[in-house]
Ligand binder design. Structure first.
Ligand SMILES: [Zn+2]
Ligand SMILES: [Zn+2]
Length: 263
């Protein structure tokens, strides 16, 4: 599996991706908002974009569909329940569906509601898996839920799906928010050494060649995976004095999401 990160350098800080089969050069474009850059990169690599995957229905993920389809004739894939919100879907996706790219690449669809209720993440079936996670999981953060999502569903997605994937899974999110998210981690957990260390690199990162984390590393500095951390809970009880001494992980997640909305 070949992966190209495409940094849009727009205000929303979107990442687009191309995934290609090394044998055939056939490619899948994930959320190709910056269609000019995506098409140029495919050309440069000698790849043919045959499919587009929209992780979810927001305009900063679907906005490049038209031009990429016009240029390549690619088929459009998205969550089966997004059909009323994304025009022109050729294939509606459900949990467990497999997307083939060329001869050698297989990507499994995870149904990951929370940021929106029709959000797909892709998990590659490779020796070291890769997770293309749209706006569900960010480096050191989690998607917001105020444009058609639900925080309780996002918690369920984190707890029952993402947290159970192998620690070696590489994380490919839909936006570059790493530095700001690490600052939130340090606000919530000032003694998190992994976050402090990574922030130094994140602050000077070239988003054309971004830091790629793994789920195992995310568990060290992503507050939304650190629901049992005594310092996270201690700080949270300062903000929410009514919280019990040992709050359940779902309550911790929801309170962190609430604080992040205003942070
Ligand atoms: Zn979104
Ligand atoms: Zn987005």
């Amino acid at each position: 599996m070949l992966v190209e990160h495409i940094w849009t350098a727009n205000d929303y800080r979107n990442f687009n991706y191309l995934i290609a089969c090394p044998d055939t050069g056939e490619a899948l474009a994930i959320d190709p908002l910056d269609h000019v850059k995506c098409l140029a990169r495919a050309k440069e690599k000698g790849w043919t974009i045959r499919q587009i995957l929209n992780t979810h229905e927001h305009g900063d993920h679907t906005g490049g569909n038209g031009p990429v389809i016009a240029a390549t004739g690619a088929k459009l894939l998205a969550h089966k329940n997004a059909k009323s919100r994304i025009p022109g879907i050729d294939r509606g996706l459900s949990a467990g569906d497999v997307i083939k790219v060329g001869r050698s690449v297989e990507l499994e669809c995870l149904d990951t509601p929370g940021h929106t209720m029709s959000h797909i993440c892709l998990l590659s079936r490779t020796d070291q898996p890769g997770l293309f996670c749209g706006d569900t999981l960010f480096n050191a953060g989690a998607g917001n839920c105020h444009s058609g999502g639900h925080p309780e569903s996002l918690y369920a997605t984190f707890a029952t799906q993402l947290a159970k994937l192998p620690d070696a899974t590489r994380v490919y999110p839909g936006h570059d928010y790493i530095a700001n998210n690490l600052r939130f981690t340090l606000d919530r957990e000032p003694d998190n050494k992994a976050a402090a260390l990574l922030l130094k690199d994140a602050e000077k990162q070239d988003s054309n060649h971004p830091i790629v984390t793994t789920l195992g590393r995310e568990k060290e500095f992503n507050t939304f995976f650190r629901l049992h951390s005594p310092s996270v809970i201690k700080r949270l009880r300062e903000a929410f004095p009514d919280l019990p001494e040992k709050p359940d992980p779902k309550t911790v997640f929801l309170k962190l999401r609430e604080l992040r909305n205003k942070w």
